[in-house]
Design a protein around this ligand. Structure first.
Ligand code: HPA
Length: 235
């Protein structure tokens, strides 16, 4: 047991997929894994362990935002010796060339969060993906005809209802493709603990064109993204 995860030692696999929504964690476990057990219900932040193609895999909800993800990622790394975490989430596209339902493999994550400003005492740190996971996910994504995938920077914002959305203009001018709320903390914590991390996000809404996905479309692309994540962690 850790402070926020009620799992026995050994109950969590070395490789973890991490959606924000705990009910998505349940859906991933039911849809993709065999021999599933639920190891955590504390605060409703469901976690499951099962197998995929014979490999043990866990799925753990992170909640929304970097402070929540940081709690679960830290405890997975320090209390359960997890080796890799792949975030499987959604994001809002910031540039026209990226379409709704596309998949973004985040090479790095910029942020407006104060978390790294405190950690690095005001210096700028560049949170990046694990190259091995990124390469494996890229190969898995490129092998599919049902997915348009991009690699590039994303922005992990602290506030969904941002008071100053116009500051995204400079980020876009410097190559940022999309916005979400968790990857920057995940990459920083994986580096701190010497573990591997990757964030893969499907585009659920478009901040330039205003396009949105239907629930059914979201489920379809979410499934493709989960398969890419599973192939990457076991590669
Ligand atoms: N902003 C922040 N996070 C998001 C968004 C967004 O527009 N869409 C999906 N996750």
């Amino acid at each position: 047991m850790s402070t926020h995860i009620g799992a026995e030692p050994g109950a969590i696999a070395p490789h973890v997929l991490m959606p924000g929504d705990p009910l998505r964690a349940a859906w991933i476990a039911e849809t993709f894994l065999d021999d599933v057990t639920c190891y955590n219900e504390v605060r409703g932040m469901l976690g499951f362990t099962g197998t995929w193609r014979g490999e043990r895999i866990s799925v753990q909800g992170s909640g929304m935002g970097q402070p929540s993800l940081a709690i679960y990622a830290t405890e997975l790394f320090t209390d359960y010796d997890v080796a890799s975490i792949v975030r499987v989430g959604s994001c809002g596209a910031l540039v026209e060339k990226v379409g709704i339902r596309d998949v973004i493999l985040a090479t790095g994550a910029c942020t407006d969060s104060g978390m790294n400003r405190v950690r690095f005492e005001g210096l700028d740190y560049a949170p990046v993906a694990d190259f091995g996971l990124l390469r494996a996910a890229y190969d898995a994504a490129m092998a599919r005809e049902d997915v348009t995938a991009w690699t590039g920077l994303i922005f992990s914002g602290d506030q969904f209802y941002a008071p100053r959305p116009e500051i995204m203009t400079a980020m876009v001018e410097h190559g940022v493709l999309a916005i979400e709320m968790e990857a920057s903390a995940l990459y920083t914590l994986a580096a701190r603990h010497g573990r591997r991390a990757l964030a893969i996000c499907t585009v659920s809404d478009h901040l330039v064109t205003g396009a949105e996905t239907t629930a059914q479309e979201r489920e379809q692309t979410f499934g493709a993204m989960v398969e890419i994540a599973l192939e990457a962690v076991v590669a």
